[in-house]
Write a protein that binds this ligand. Structure first.
Ligand SMILES: [Zn+2]
Ligand SMILES: [Zn+2]
Length: 358
């Protein structure tokens, strides 16, 4: 590990530690109610001891080898975490707040990104990085925004779907699928969800105004795990409500739907990541990174293809399948016709601006 990487890792670990201590103190405000019950507090405290020790050790090592800004900032973060009580901080009341800013999810997935995904992208890259790619700060802002609003967006979309389904009395099928084994439930959810996702995704490519919303996701010219975070908030809400509706009509248990959501977080990270992953024969049955990279390609033959996120057979069924057999990857990414601006806020306003071209 280079002193620069050590300094950067120390900084992420330090910030993660501050987030962890803040979540212990204010769980009602900063943690996702859906997963709060899964935490074992002694494990959280143990992880905090490990992250703080690693922060200080890496920062000091990096300082001793001439790095300055990042290790100093990391030590400052560790000091803040310590001042707030460190691993021994008292656990606050979970009732004070409704988890509107899910800092726990940002800390957990941020650490996974920094400690697992980013090192894999450096060690086994599909395309070797030449320095830092353009617009990485924009995508990091998306990552932070998406993670902090996990509960707000989930609550909004499941409430909208729930009110529709129960309001219209569409509950005749309830009481059937919840008796199935969980693996069968997950498979059924994946089939229904990917079918709806296919239809919505295709509509976003074919309806002019929806395309301006979705063009934001396609505007990144570089593919990596962070680039997948770039999604317009309208697209997130539309997809979540659209997928939740049939799942609620069919009466799947909410816990299994959430578990499927968790699996899709992993799938989405893999699909966009710049990791040289080989799927072999599995590529025919499961959407791979190469499959979704072709969806993001700006090469003519790949435009408007590969909409599925889990099952390639859906694209084969509707004639939108494009996967060169010679294990080739695309060389160009991005949008062809739209002029999507740079920056998170400009991109969020982009589909709402009058005079945008369709
Ligand atoms: Zn698309
Ligand atoms: Zn994508």
């Amino acid at each position: 590990m280079s002193p620069r990487t050590a300094g950067l890792t120390a900084l992420w670990l330090g910030l993660g530690s501050v987030a962890g201590v803040a979540c212990l103190r204010l769980p009602g405000l900063l943690t996702a109610p859906q997963v709060r019950g899964l935490y074992a507090v002694p494990v959280v405290r143990g992880v905090l001891v490990a992250t703080l020790v690693a922060t200080v050790a890496l920062a000091l090592w990096s300082l001793a080898r001439g790095e300055r800004k990042r290790p100093f900032a990391a030590l400052l973060a560790a000091a803040v975490a310590g001042t707030l009580g460190g691993p021994g901080a008292p656990v606050g009341a979970a009732t004070a707040g409704v988890g509107w800013l899910t800092l726990d999810w940002l800390a957990i997935d941020g650490l996974l990104l920094a400690l697992v995904v980013a090192p894999l992208e450096r060690k086994r890259p599909r395309v070797a990085a030449r320095g830092r790619r353009a617009e990485w700060k924009t995508d990091l802002r998306y990552f932070v925004m998406n993670h902090l609003t996990l509960h707000a967006v989930t609550a909004l979309s499941t409430t909208a779907a729930g009110l529709t389904v129960f309001g219209l009395g569409l509950t005749h099928l309830h009481g059937v699928v919840d008796r199935w084994p969980i693996v069968l439930q997950l498979l059924a959810i994946a089939l229904v969800a990917d079918g709806v996702q296919y239809a919505l995704h295709r509509a976003m490519h074919e309806v002019p105004w929806l395309w301006r919303v979705h063009a934001v996701h396609h505007s990144s010219r570089h593919m990596d795990a962070l680039a997948g975070s770039r999604v317009h908030v309208i697209e997130t809400l539309l997809t979540r409500v659209g997928v939740a509706l049939p799942l609620f009509v069919l009466g799947f248990p909410f816990e299994t739907v959430l578990l499927y959501g968790g699996l899709m977080v992993i799938q989405s990270t893999l699909l966009h990541a710049n990791i040289d992953l080989r799927y072999g024969g599995l590529e025919r049955w499961l959407v791979s990174a190469r499959y979704h990279h072709w969806h993001h390609s700006s090469e003519d033959a790949a435009i408007d293809t590969n909409y599925a996120a889990v099952f390639p057979f859906i694209d084969r069924l509707f004639g939108t399948h494009h996967l060169p057999a010679d294990a080739a990857w695309p060389t160009r990414y991005g949008v062809v016709k739209e002029d999507v601006p740079e920056g998170l806020w400009a991109q969020q306003l982009f589909p709402l601006r009058s005079g945008s071209r369709g």
